[in-house]
Design a protein around this ligand. Structure first.
Ligand SMILES: [Mg+2]
Length: 341
């Protein structure tokens, strides 16, 4: 199975040269669990050598920026804590609009939540007594007891901030429940939504990232439409979706959002990017051609690499949206046929 894109062309033009700052999501983009996504280390190194700013933007609230940077360095990816933005930091920024610093705040989640609260001047607590707010983030140790204590506090009037709402995230063993699933458990108990949510797609997350690693031509790279791509769109930043994490080609087809670039993985940043272009009523990309067959309500893409077929099909989809409506795709009336993968 060969999913690789073409190599850099003779002129040496590669995708990342169009940008001066790259904002990477982490889980499913640079690593899955403890393992590097193939080629991620070399790619980030090469991007940095080409003079591009690099930031790491994670909705995973369980770890501190120091721990995230240390994990990246361990994998071989150059990273400083100042390049890392976590949803815990942004959740605590939002908390400050509701609760004065110095108050006691109940922590659900890992040490990342705790440290962000302490850095801002709150008193983080693992005991719910005398707490006026709850900050809920992911942590592998989160228990039913934590969720129950949080629910009791919220029912008693406490402010409730969630670090992020990702329903799942990829691990080395498969797809696991994310913080959004645990927030949903509390929501079922308390009958209302959180008072604020920190991570992508919230604009505050991208604002903090742009302040940490400024760029005039930034690009956001992520593996999820509902957080990464939606976050980039909310902040007016171009986006690149990679298929190395939770999103599959069929999800691209059914998405109601459009990523500016589609790649198998971050390695696409240091390769030539072939755009799809219109050709009669079809779209072509490299050696691929995507055609709509009305008789069986199917877009069929053939030739080229899998990614060229997907880019051609995605461009054809978005060119058809005005005529047939987005629901024709999101609800599956028009299907995608990419041929053999
Ligand atoms: Mg991700």
């Amino acid at each position: 199975m060969n999913h690789s894109d073409p190599q850099p062309d003779a002129s040496g033009n590669v995708l990342c040269d169009q940008f001066d700052a790259i904002y990477f999501d982490l889980d499913g983009v640079l690593y899955r669990g403890l393992n590097e996504v193939e080629g991620a280390v070399e790619t980030v190194k090469e991007i940095s050598q080409r003079g591009c700013g690099v930031a790491y933007v994670t909705n995973n609230a369980s770890r501190t920026p120091d721990e995230v940077a240390a994990h990246l360095v361990e994998l071989g990816i150059p990273a400083k804590p100042s390049q890392v933005v976590t949803s815990s930091q942004v959740a605590v920024e939002i908390l400050q609009k509701h609760v004065p610093v110095g108050e006691r705040v109940f922590v659900v989640g890992g040490v990342g939540v705790e440290e962000a609260l302490r850095d801002a001047g709150y008193v983080p607590s693992r005991d719910s007594r005398d707490c006026v707010a709850v900050v809920q983030g992911f942590g592998p140790e989160v228990s039913w007891r934590d969720l129950a204590q949080a629910s009791y506090l919220i029912q008693g009037g406490a402010i409730w901030i969630a670090t992020n709402l990702d329903s799942t995230f990829p691990t080395a063993s498969g797809i696991a429940p994310g913080n959004g699933s645990l927030v949903e458990a509390v929501r079922n108990a308390v009958g209302r939504d959180p008072d604020g949510v920190g991570g992508k797609p919230d604009r505050a997350m991208m604002d903090r990232t742009m302040a940490a690693v400024p760029g005039e031509r930034p690009l956001l790279v992520g593996d999820r439409y509902d957080t990464d791509i939606a976050g980039g769109i909310a902040a007016g930043i171009p986006t690149m979706l990679v298929l190395s994490g939770v999103t599959q080609a069929t999800d691209v087809w059914r998405s109601n959002l459009r990523a500016d670039y589609l790649c198998e993985s971050v390695q696409g940043l240091v390769l030539t990017y072939r755009e799809a272009s219109v050709n009669d009523e079809d779209y072509v990309c490299g050696g691929a051609r995507a055609t709509f067959a009305a008789v069986n309500m199917c877009v069929r893409a053939r030739g080229g690499t899998r990614m060229e077929r997907l880019r051609a099909a995605d461009s054809l989809k978005w060119s058809m949206v005005n005529q047939v409506g987005l629901e024709a795709f999101t609800e599956g009336q028009i299907i995608l046929d990419l041929g053999v993968s």
